[in-house]
Design a protein around this ligand. Structure first.
Ligand code: F6R
Length: 611
């Protein structure tokens, strides 16, 4: 679709029908000597894990701005429209994951001003879009999409009509926006502006070229030098290079960091999917996770010991790491440790005060629910420390300090290696609290070696036999006690999100209090057990077996109660790290056998940056 078509296409939506075009997306901008569409197309492919229902690109060549956008995955759109038919040295692009607004070509980004001179890509929410849109309509602007984003290029255009330059008009527009955003805006003279408030955005600094993107893998083939933008940062890339301002404080200088990941780590290599590659990397990522700075670990041990209450907060998979983490820390520190889902944090706010230590756990460091919880905790006077994978992320910066999980880029939408890295750090912390960091390191080293065996081809073949049995099932139950309950929860989530089979996790002892009514002949039940709870969990396994269940055991020693057994060595407090690995493989294989794309499960995006 050309710019002309975008502008002249009549709005398919009535004036009164307007819903949020909220998006959690990948955005990228480029200015330099290379052909921008080549760089942007690569970047879109790398960012597709953040959203894959539509995508688009705007580029400037010969002082004309062209837009191409459509619904579908990046390569599908490329095969229909050929992004590379465009030629330019500056451009912006977007991959979209819609939460409210429909998946339509009109809603896809970039959005443009009415005169076609300005294009904008956006990740976040313009909360006051209704007011802004009404104001702009009163000024004669017409809208062609359902999105909140479309107000941004039109606000900029309005400023220009009032006599402002592009940079000043964009600054003014962003000051009028309420809500979280990462925005990359481009003028037809090739000036590109990158700005953020609450949503992720990093700038890449190459040799005479600049990138701005939601995530580093989008440009890491070209440069490893990055600037992590802070909230309200406003960066202009034009003829004079890079100019950095903060909308609240004025001109700023931000350090240029060199990232340590290599481009290969964000590539699939010989693996068919990122998910399988990331599962297979876990022996290596665990080794990196436990290489924690002694001083920072000691500081956290002191903070936990000095706090009256300790609360672990996270969402999704990271929360499951907290279920096991809560148990190991409280058992060893002899202190009650609570864990709460980030989206529920507000409901325990009355218990949070300056004597509370909030330990936030996140892969991306950009999950809106977790960031919101951290904000509330800080307002209540609590100390916030994080365990986070992405250095420089919002959570990293919002925390007093952080332990980095060092798992490298995780591209598969389903979290795998970041989860075991979180468990590794939490377990090491538990040992450190006991004053036994060295023992912790040794146990984790043994665990890491076992993780290597568990990701081997022989395990994949064994799990494939099980996947064949389970692939046609509608329901599966997972059971575990204590630490293994975290594993049961995470196994259930992994299988659900990529294979779309319904899985329910239960604390093994709870089964007989109701859910056992659902067990019938052939119902699969997966029981996780350790030395510490073997007897009790096996007796629960016996209860379901007696009702005809197909019982799968995951633990160190088999038992006649199991129809299928997955042997995972006993490593005490580290059991959750090992027991989840065969389940990640199972989830992956079920997805593939059922014809689903495990890297891009339906309705999901990698970081949930909206509440
Ligand atoms: C599931 C998954 C999600 C995330 C959750 C939190 O596989 O990836 O449940 O764990 O959205 O994300 P982070 O860890 O980035 O805060």
């Amino acid at each position: 679709m050309t710019l002309e078509q975008v502008r002249k296409e009549p709005s398919p939506y009535g004036i009164d029908f307007f819903i949020y075009g909220v998006s959690m997306c990948g955005i990228i901008g480029y200015v330099g000597q290379k052909n921008a569409p080549d760089v942007l197309l690569q970047g879109m492919r790398k960012l597709e894990y953040r959203g894959y229902d539509s995508a688009g690109m705007a580029v400037v060549g010969g002082r004309a701005l062209s837009v191409m956008k459509d619904v579908g995955k990046v390569d599908e759109i490329h095969s229909r429209h050929d992004f590379l038919s465009l030629r330019a040295n500056a451009g912006i692009a977007h991959t979209r994951w819609a939460t409210h607004g429909g998946v339509t070509q009109a809603n896809a980004h970039p959005h443009v001003s009415s005169d076609g001179a300005i294009a904008v890509v956006h990740n976040g929410i313009v909360e006051n879009f209704r007011e802004l849109r009404a104001f702009l309509q009163s000024q004669g602007f017409r809208f062609y999409s359902e999105t909140d984003t479309e107000t941004i290029p039109k606000l900029i255009e309005h400023g220009i009509r009032q006599g402002l330059g592009f940079v000043q008009a964009t600054e003014d527009a962003l000051r009028r926006i309420e809500g979280r955003y990462a925005v990359v805006a481009m003028n037809k003279d090739g000036t590109v502006i990158a700005a953020r408030n609450g949503s992720p955005l990093v700038v890449g600094v190459g040799d005479g070229e600049y990138f701005a993107a939601s995530d580093i893998p989008a440009f890491m083939d070209y440069t490893k030098r990055v600037v992590y933008l802070h909230d309200n940062d406003f960066v202009v890339v034009g003829r004079n290079g890079l100019i950095m301002n903060n909308l609240k404080t004025g001109p700023v200088e931000r350090p240029i960091d060199t990232i340590e990941w290599d481009a290969q780590r964000a590539e699939k290599g010989d693996f068919q999917h990122y998910m399988l590659k990331e599962i297979s990397e876990q022996a290596e990522t665990l080794a990196k996770a436990v290489k924690q700075d002694e001083g920072t670990m000691k500081r956290l041990v002191d903070d936990i010991q000095n706090a009256k209450h300790v609360v672990l907060v996270a969402a999704g998979t990271a929360y499951h790491a907290c279920i096991s983490g809560r148990y190991v820390i409280s058992r060893i520190a002899k202190k009650h440790v609570a864990s709460v889902r980030a989206s529920e944090f507000e409901n325990i706010l009355h218990m949070i005060d300056r004597d509370t230590l909030v330990l936030a756990v996140s892969q991306s460091g950009e999950t809106a629910d977790t960031l919101e919880a951290v904000k509330m905790a800080k307002t209540s006077g609590a100390r916030v420390v994080s365990i986070v994978n992405v250095a420089g992320s919002t959570l990293h910066r919002e925390s007093a300090y952080a332990l980095l999980t060092n798992a490298g880029p995780e591209i598969g939408v389903a979290s795998t290696k970041a989860y075991t890295a979180q468990l590794g750090v939490l377990t090491l912390l538990a040992y450190a609290l006991q004053g036994n960091t060295e023992e912790g390191r040794r146990t984790l080293e043994v665990t890491r070696n076992q993780a290597y065996n568990l990701t081997a081809a022989s395990m994949r073949a064994n799990i494939r036999t099980l996947a064949d049995v389970l692939k046609g099932k509608e329901h599966i139950f997972t059971l575990g006690r204590q630490l293994e309950y975290g594993t049961a929860k995470e196994a259930a989530l992994k299988i659900k999100e990529v294979s779309y089979i319904h899985v329910e996790a239960l604390q093994a002892g709870e089964l007989k209090h109701g859910t056992i009514a659902l067990i019938e002949k052939g119902t699969p039940c997966i029981a996780f057990f350790s030395e510490a709870n073997r007897r009790e969990t096996l007796s629960n396994a016996q209860e379901v077996r007696a009702r005809g269940a197909y019982v799968i055991g995951v633990g160190a020693e088999t038992d006649p109660v199991f129809d299928f057994f997955i042997k995972v060595p006993e490593v005490g407090l580290c059991n959750p790290i090992l027991q989840i690995i065969p389940m990640q493989i199972l989830a992956y294989q079920l997805a593939v056998l059922r014809g689903k794309d495990p890297d891009r499960p339906r309705n999901l995006a990698k970081s949930v940056t909206v509440k």
